[in-house]
Structures are given as C-alpha cells and as structure tokens.
Design a protein around this ligand. Structure first.
Ligand code: SF4
Length: 136
C-alpha cells in the first residue's frame, strides 16, 4: 500500500504530486495499492493545507476538517485489513500520511516527532509503515 501522490497521482493539496523514483521501482515488480486518505475522506483537490493542533485536524483557513481526515484514515484501514499489505510506504510529514513527523499545528513550518492520522491508525493496528525517506 502506498500514498497515491508517491505514485505520481496529482492528489496533493496543491494539485501536484510527490512522484518518487524508489516507489516507481518498487511498483515495477510488486502489486501496489495507492491510497489518498484526504481525498478518500471527501476533501477536494486542490484543497487548503491542514495541520493537527491539539489533536484536531484544522485547515489553514480555520475550518475543522477532523471528520474528513479520520474518515479517510478509517477507509485506508479497511482496505489494509482486507488486502493485508506486506508493507505500507507513506509520504513524509503529511498530517495524514506522515510516519515519523508532522507539522506542529501552527502553520509556521515547525515539525514534531509524531505521525499523521492515517499512519497512526495503521500502525496502531499492527501494519508496518515506512516513511518514503527511509525506503531503501
Ligand atoms: S493525503 Fe497522503 S496520499 Fe494524499 S496527497 Fe497527502 S500525503 Fe499524498
């Protein structure tokens, strides 16, 4: 399973992607399941960027988007439970997909050592999640 933006899908908040050579190489001889939890939660692309502040996912314009983020995470978990992926490779620092770090909720570019909501839910359920930066 993989963050869809890493496969080149234009699902990033700004309408772009995070196409990654290492992921494309992995895809050459492995079955891949691309997921974008933010789109799956019902958010549009492009969309206002969000961060997690005091446990609540909030868009930069002040809108509470916690429900959408958690819905997307729950849908990803459902797919993972069904498909039992050997490995889940996720985009760094995303409020959804970040495995090791995410922004601190102040929209000032500060990082903290904590996962995004989807990565957290998948890891809590025993799935092996790897930050794309650690993919060798
Ligand atoms: S939610 Fe995850 S898959 Fe979707 S654009 Fe953000 S990092 Fe990529």
């Amino acid at each position: 399973m993989v963050s869809a933006c890493l496969m080149g899908e234009n699902c990033k908040y700004n309408g772009g992607n995070n196409c990654n050579e290492k992921v494309l190489r992995l895809a050459a001889d492995n079955e891949m399941i691309p997921v974008c939890p933010e789109q799956m939660g019902g958010l549009p692309t492009p969309r206002v960027p969000s961060e997690i502040a005091d446990g609540v996912v909030t868009a930069k314009d002040g809108r509470n988007v916690d429900r959408e983020f958690r819905l997307g995470a729950a849908k990803c978990l459902k797919i993972a439970l069904r498909e039992q992926p050997d490995l889940i490779v996720l985009q760094s620092r995303s409020p959804s997909c970040g495995v090791k770090q995410r922004y601190d909720g102040t929209f000032t570019g500060k990082l903290i050592d904590a996962p995004g909501v989807t990565a957290e839910l998948l890891m809590k359920n025993g799935f092996h999640c790897v930050d794309v930066e650690d993919l060798n």
